[in-house]
Write a protein that binds this ligand. Sequence first.
Ligand code: 5AD
Ligand code: SF4
Length: 432
Amino acid sequence: MPKLFIKTFGCQMNVYDSARMRDALSVHGFKETEEPDKADVILVNTCHIREKASEKLFSELGRLAQLKKKNALVVVAGCVVQADGAEILRRSKLIDIAVGPQNYHQLPELIAKYNRKNGRVIQADFPAESKFDYLPDPQKSSAAAFLAVQEGCDHFCSYCVVPYTRGCEYSRPMKEIVAEAKALVKAGAKEIMLLGQNVNGWHGDEGKDLGDVIREVAKIRGLKRIRYTTSYPSEMTQNLIDAHKDTPKLMPYIHLPIQSGNDRVLKAMNRQYTVKEYEKIVAKFRKVRPDIAISSDFIVGFPGETEAEFEDTLRLVERVGYASSYSFKFSARPGTPASLMKNQIPEDVKTKRLMKLQALLLKQQKAFNEATVGKEFDVLLTEKGKVRGQLVGYSPYLQGTVVKAPVKMLGEIVRVKVTGASATALKGEIVK
Ligand code: 5AD
Ligand code: SF4
């Protein structure tokens, strides 16, 4: 049986894509291995969002060059291939096959037909057919699974490569989503995270929105929890917000990236909302679900961002109160309008701003975690802890929670009383 090693960089969509590539290859007899030196096919799934992410491909290839079996096939997939396919083949002689995010259903065939003598292969177009029509049902699932319901983005934020790497927005039909969700539950999923670059822009069935998808998926017996990410603020519908009130399986957590707390910067970023409008949406969520955990992405040091404009972001954070967040220094990505803007911010200024913002966000995260001490809630145990005899799971608010439990309880939902909290995790005891 040929062995397959997969290394995944980047977002949850990439984790999902890697699982689908594994499934597609497993029906052709491949077995996944954790050991790259034993693999016959090595697959690296790449991320292009920021320069640092993109460069990780080459350090990984350097590592693999030392480890891999002499004749192992090296496949590179993902957004770096879509953006820079020819260039990465030039930069690394190690790569045999490069496949873009919309072509990976062709991977079994590309591998089967591959012959080194005929030269290396790159497949990175946007085919007319949907890859989803060609992929097998999920063969395996972790307790917390991902399911892509929407892909691509039509927003063209001025800093972002996603519209170029993932293409324009595509929504999968409801029927297809429900069928895949059922297959995931059958394969062991207790929780499903519905994924999309612009997930709340889902429009797969006439007259329906993501709120309807959630209510439909919630009907699946055996599925206990639903989440979704990532949402675009101005595309939030009341129907989706209301799902947080009427669908108990939908977890009280919303990732709602604002990027900046200043209207001029938002406009330069080509974000289609104002700070005030964003705060109104937050208030709507809190009205239907007062305990909801809110998270966001932030970019500091966007071209032309003044100190005062950066301070506006800090003020916004203080007003909203985030449960968790991701923040980044602006990275000038080739081909994006923002990379050509004047007034690029020096690296040291970006670093200072990022540190200041992260200190505030971490303080809020700690406060949010500490406020749950003494409470009881359900935790889905998904991973082994660092210490033997411990498992890690996720609270409804997506807080990592460490409990004492035997390995056989992995994949179970248990009632936990929170006994301690830090900025990054909770500690708890299983009750009952
Ligand atoms: N520079 C820095 N951060 C970026 N993001 C996207 N593009 C860039 C960039 N060029 C961030 C945004 C987005 C998250 C996934 O990555 O905050 O929401
Ligand atoms: Fe990128 Fe903006 Fe689309 Fe998000 S909404 S994927 S940041 S272009």
